[in-house]
Design a protein. Structure first.
Length: 342
């Protein structure tokens, strides 16, 4: 999905780009042994429709059709995925195709350079990094994954209604009290078994969990295991870090005033130990050579990030914890004399 969203962002394709379904894709989309929605050979579907089917229903045929949206063949799309994985910082992965099937399961789309039993592989750590990238870079994707069900146009006079495979959405069987889960993706493969990458908001924080090899209970074991992770998080200590006064405002260049108030002024850290020693740093999104925020600044605009580093805090990529910083007020662009003075 990261590659498809990059192509949307770069306008290589649009949400309304129509994709013709080949016979090879249709053969997979109509196979009841796979996660299928039934897209048909000769029909064309918009990228929006295919993305919906891929994320809500985990439809293999729709996902393969998306890979061909810009005219790429499967091998070319694999190269794009590998390049994107390196860009994100993934370390331990194998890419065979855009879906969770073995190479042999791809029928007419299988690639000769791989054995029939070859399939995608990725560590839980890399899955979490990929999920974080998607959520941070393309947050609108969560509007798709939060749907409890969706109607899919298949052909004239044929529409299929499908339930979201995520049983942890609000009101669903495995929903977690106090946590608003709105994504992200279920999956099943021979090597990883039933798996689930969830994301939700708990106490104002975006949380991502990864569960692999959750065998048993008809695939629902992955949701039960994920619920245990959220309950474990609830039991962790929360430590509040108050920002020093010198961080409550950031200097502004070329504005009607010299500084802008920022929020939050307090952040929370989850863990099982007290954080005794830590360092704070601010990284601004838009700044001049003097390190000041560039005017104009809108109220509630994200102006940068706060980094919290400590030996007592572990992160998935060994980087500092990061928190978004927003302006609490607006600072218009100053006139000539104000810009000269400030």
């Amino acid at each position: 999905m990261a590659v498809v969203h990059d192509e949307l962002k770069q306008r290589i394709i649009t949400a309304n780009t129509r994709v013709n379904v080949s016979a090879d894709v249709a053969a997979i989309a109509s196979d009841p042994a796979y996660s299928a929605i039934g897209v048909q050979e000769g029909q064309s579907y918009t990228v929006r429709e295919l993305l919906n089917a891929a994320m809500v229903k985990s439809a293999d045929g729709a996902t393969l059709a998306l890979a061909e949206a810009d005219g790429s063949n499967l091998e070319e799309f694999n190269l794009k995925m590998d390049q994107k994985a390196k860009e994100i910082g993934l370390k331990n992965y194998t890419i065979v195709n855009p879906v969770g099937l073995t190479n042999g399961d791809l029928k007419g789309l299988k690639l000769e350079q791989y054995a029939n039993n070859a399939e995608n592989a990725m560590t839980a750590n890399d899955v979490a990094l990929l999920a974080r990238y998607l959520v941070q870079t393309y947050p609108d994707l969560l509007q798709v994954t939060a749907q409890k069900d969706a109607d899919f146009y298949i052909a004239k006079d044929k529409t299929v209604k499908a339930d979201n495979l995520n049983k942890m959405l609000p009101g669903e069987q495995y929903a977690v009290p106090g946590v608003k889960i709105d994504g992200l993706k279920t999956g099943t493969s021979a090597a990883a078994g039933p798996s689930f990458v969830s994301t939700g908001v708990y106490r104002g924080h975006r949380v991502i969990t990864v569960v692999l090899h959750a065998n048993g209970d008809g695939g629902d074991a992955r949701f039960a295991a994920t619920r245990q992770l959220y309950n474990q998080l609830k039991g962790m200590k929360t430590e509040q870090i108050t920002l020093p006064r010198w961080l409550h405002r950031q200097w502004v260049a070329n504005g009607t005033q010299r500084s802008v108030a920022i929020r939050p002024q307090q952040v929370s850290v989850w863990g099982d130990k007290d954080i005794k020693n830590y360092s704070l740093a601010v990284r601004l999104n838009r700044h001049g050579q003097n390190g000041k925020v560039l005017a104009p600044v809108r109220a509630d605009e994200k102006i940068g990030e706060l980094e919290v580093a400590s030996h007592g805090v572990k992160t998935i990529d060994n980087e500092p914890l990061t928190y978004s910083l927003y302006s609490s007020e607006q600072v218009p662009l100053g006139n000539f004399w104000q810009r000269l003075w400030h």
